[in-house]
Design a protein around this ligand. Sequence first.
Ligand code: NOJ
Ligand code: CA
Length: 559
Amino acid sequence: MNVQWWQKEVIYQIYPRSFKDTNNDGVGDINGIIEKLPYLNSLGITMIWICPIFKSPMVDNGYDISDYKDINSEFGSLNDLETLLNKAKQYDIKIMLDLVVNHTSDEHEWFEAALNDPASPYRDYYIFKEGVNGAPPNNWRSIFGGSVWEKVVGEDMYYMHVFDKKQPDLNFENPKLREEIYHMINWWLRKGLAGFRIDSITFLKKDQDFESLTADGNDGLVTCKHKTRNRPGIELFLKELKQQTFEKFDCITVGEAPGVNYDELTDFIGEDGYFSMIFDFKYTDIDVESGSDWFKRTNWTTEEYKKLLFESQEAIQKVGWGANFIENHDQPRALSKLVKDPSYQNFVGGSAIAMLYFFLRGTPFIYQGQELGMTNFERQSIDQFNDISSIDNFHRSIEEGFTEEQAMEFVNLRSRDNTRTPLPWNDQKFGGFSKTKPWIDLIENYKTINVQIEENTSSSLLNFYRELIQLRNHSKYSQTLIYGNFTAHRETNENIISYFRNDQTTKLQIIVNLSNKHNDIDIKNTNYELILDNYGAVEKTENKIKLRPYEALIIEIKI
Ligand code: NOJ
Ligand code: CA
C-alpha cells in the first residue's frame, strides 16, 4: 500500500474523566491533559485520542452527546480545547477526537424537539415506530440490556436505541440529518484536528423490515446486532460520509467497526476504503463469546489467541492497515486478562504483552495506564459500579440462571470500570490525580503502580514502553518495524507467539512465551543479534532459545 502519514504514529488513548483533574472537582479535565503534555511527550507518543468531551449528561460518560459543538463544562471549554491543540502542536503531538454519530443523548435539542411534537421535522432525525398491540415494535435487545424500544409517554409510539434508552439512534435514512452531521464533522476538522476515532459506526444502518427474530435469552429478546450491525446498505452511508467529510481533509479515521468480516475489509480499509483503519475485536474478545454477554465466558488458550491474531494480521495486510490495541475504555486491563498467572501480572507479564502487540503491522494504540501495568479493580458489590453495561450484565447473568456471586465474578472480569479508574500520578492521597475524592475510586495498588515510581525505576514498564516506542520510531529498525511485512511463525510450541517483520534488508523476529512454563524455540539461523529482551538477556543453547515464563524478545536475524 502507499505510504500514509498515519502509519508511523503511536497513539495514546485518554479517558478524560480519569486522566488528570486540575480544578479539584474529582473529574479529569482538558487542562489536565495540557498539564501532562510533557509526560506524553517523554513517553514518545505522537498523537492522542481523547474519548468524548462534548456536552453530555454523562449517562454513558460522554457517548451520549447533547451538543456536538460544545464542550462539557466539567472538562472545560472550547477555548481550553483550542489551547490544548496549540500546546500539543509545540510537542508535535496531534489530536484525534471521538466522533459519535450513531446516536445522540435524549437531551440533544433535536431529540427534545422530536419528542415534544409528533409533527416536528426532527421526528425523522430519529427512529420512531408504532407499537404492536400495546407492545414494542419488535423483540430486539439493546447492547446495554432491555428492549431497544422506549415508549413515548402519551402516544402508542416508541423510539429506538441500540445502546441505552438515553442514547436514541439517529435515522441515517434521512438525508437532512446526514447533511447536518457532515456539516458538524467538517466544522470540527477545520479546527485542525488530526482526525477521529469513530464510535459504533457499523450500527448506522438498520434493517428496514424491523422484524422480530427468535429469542436468544430468558428475557424473550434477541440481540439487535443481527438486524442493526453491518447490515446491507451501510456501504452507501459510509461512502457518502467519507466523501462529504474525511476525504476533503488529510485526516486519520479509525473506525470502531465491530461485525466486519475479513472478506469485507477491502470496503472498509482498502485503498478506497471508508476509513484509514478499523479496530479488530476478534482476538481482543478472546475471553468472551460476545463482547456484550459477559456471562458467556470462554476457556481460551494461547494457541487460540495466536491463531486469531495471525488471521487478523494476515487479512489486514492483504488490503490495508491495522489499528493494534490490547486495552481500551470498554475492555478489562490487558495484564489481568491476557496474563493468566497472577504471579506474572507485573513487569514481566506487562512487558510480554506489550512486546507481543506493539510490533504487529499497524498503528499501535496505548490506553492510559497500560504503560504502567495497571490491573483490574475487583469490586465487592454491584453498587460500586458506575458503568451501565456492568449493571446490565449483572442482572442479565442472574436472569440467565447464574448466582449473584457468579454474576459479580463475570462483571469484575469484564467491567468497563476496570480501565476507567483514575490514572495514578504518584503515591499521595488520590494518587495525585486530584485533591478531592475522584468520581470513581482509585485502584488500591496505586501506591506501587504509579507514574512517579516508574519514572524513577529504570527497569519499570513505563521505561520499557519508552524503549518500544524508540525502537519503532527512532532506531535503525524503524523502517522495518513500521512498514515491513508481517509473517506469522507457526512452527513453534503452542505457548509461544512468534512473528517476523521483514523487508529487503532486514529481518526481525518477535518471540513471546505467553505462559508461565519454560519453553524452547528453535532459531534456524544462529546468526542473530538480540535487540531487546524483557529478562535482559537470552538463555540459549546451540540453535535454541530457552524461554522463561512470559519472556519476550526481539532479535535481528542476519540475512
Ligand atoms: C462504543 C464506545 O467505545 C462505548 O464506550 C460506548 O458505550 C458505545 N460505543 C456507545 O456509544
Ligand atoms: Ca476537574
